[in-house]
Design a protein around this ligand. Structure first.
Ligand code: GUN
Length: 285
């Protein structure tokens, strides 16, 4: 069997068209959805990420503001900026790019963002809302993975999903989203004994570790769906995921490529969350 690719670029294009349509409907009511992206310091990867986020907003008709600050910005000054953005009615979503410089307490900054504008879904209130099934913003990467499963018409009810990785940004929220759709969920991590015994049981595998070849063909049940959240470089410097793509695609029924899989979906879901925040604000929620 050769797996079908789940194309994150194609799905993103479709979803971003819908975002653009909903954004223009809001604009007709006098509300332009707005995202503020805050970057502190000069981390080269972060600079690329924030540029891509701002460009994606422009392409979908969302207003965006990029605020760049020097690496020695004080925590108090950053908290004051977040407070100002919380109170700015033209801004519906706030994203403070991580990592922050070491002298700034990132968790404190995240908690300072209004949960109504927390389009990253990193605030403790957003995490609590996801855990309890209440309305709130879902972290963009696992949310994008759910949209990819939806795009192939996959019914998670009663299926066994194995998530490899337990980060607050991907692994843990991913597990909760899969659970909400009635999958039986296992979270594996660096302390898991015999990972292969777990993944061989899985109908769906999400690899989110940040290490090459965490998942190889011998670890995958024939016909399983494999989502690859990893972003690594191979020995030739080429972008690759956590999954041995060439091997696993011979066994899986569906697989996401890297690049062109989960990556573009993360930014797309940021646009969706920002639009949602603006729609809620316009409705007076
Ligand atoms: N750094 C890497 N990915 C992300 C993300 O999705 N959001 C934020 N705020 N920072 C990041």
């Amino acid at each position: 069997m050769t797996a079908q690719l789940i194309d994150g670029n194609a799905l993103s294009k479709q979803l971003r068209t819908e975002v653009a349509q909903r954004a223009s409907a809001l604009k007709a009511q006098g509300v332009t959805p707005g995202l503020a992206v805050v970057l502190v310091g000069d981390n080269p990867a972060s600079q690329v990420y924030v540029r891509n986020k701002v460009k994606a907003c422009e392409d979908s008709g969302l207003h965006s503001v990029l605020e760049k600050y020097a690496a020695d910005m004080s925590e108090a000054d950053l908290l004051a900026r977040v407070d100002a953005l919380n109170n700015d009615p033209s801004i519906h979503g706030i994203l403070v790019q991580l990592p922050l410089p070491a002298h700034i307490d990132a968790q404190k900054v995240i908690e300072a963002i209004s949960p109504l504008k927390d389009v990253d879904g990193f605030h403790i209130a957003s995490a609590g809302a996801l855990m309890t099934g209440m309305p709130g913003f879902w972290p963009c990467t696992p949310y994008g993975c759910m949209k990819m499963l939806e795009s192939i018409g996959y019914d998670l009810k009663g299926k066994h999903a194995v998530v490899i990785g337990r980060s607050n940004i991907v692994g843990k929220p991913m597990a909760l989203m899969l659970l909400q759709k009635n999958a039986t969920v296992t979270i594996c991590h660096s302390g898991t004994q015999n990972l292969k015994a777990q993944t061989l049981q899985a109908d769906v595998i999400v690899a989110a570790v940040g290490k090459r070849n965490v998942l190889t063909a011998d670890m995958v049940k024939p016909g399983a769906v494999v989502l690859d959240v990893g972003m690594n470089r191979n020995d030739e410097g080429k972008l690759c995921g956590d999954v041995d793509f060439e091997g696993v695609r011979q066994v899986a029924s569906h697989i996401t490529p890297v690049p062109g899989g989960v990556g573009p979906m993360t930014i797309t879901m940021l646009l969706v969350n920002t639009l949602e925040a603006a729609e809620r604000a316009a409705a007076g929620a």
